[in-house]
Design a protein around this ligand. Sequence first.
Ligand SMILES: [Zn+2]
Length: 99
Amino acid sequence: MLPRSVNIFGERWKVVVKKDIGENCLGLCSYSEKTLYIKKQSEQDMLQTYLHELFHAMCGRTSMHQAPDWHLSLEEIVADKFATVLVENGVTFKKTKKR
Ligand SMILES: [Zn+2]
């Protein structure tokens, strides 16, 4: 079960699970809405997507995008690997109230 919100360096972001968030899209990190959108999938896949989007949010919150040699394609790879290694190691979250 994903948390309903997440603290990202002192900012509370929403976590929203939706049936459809756009074609070929499993997750979306909206900096303007401070929301992580996760497509409804299996629990394991939603967790992987959530961690991937969380990494993007972390990059945004720490202004990593402003580094002169920052590449979005590299960010995608690192986001995936970050999510995979956490899922592999059984990351879990505290139980939150029902959605
Ligand atoms: Zn991504």
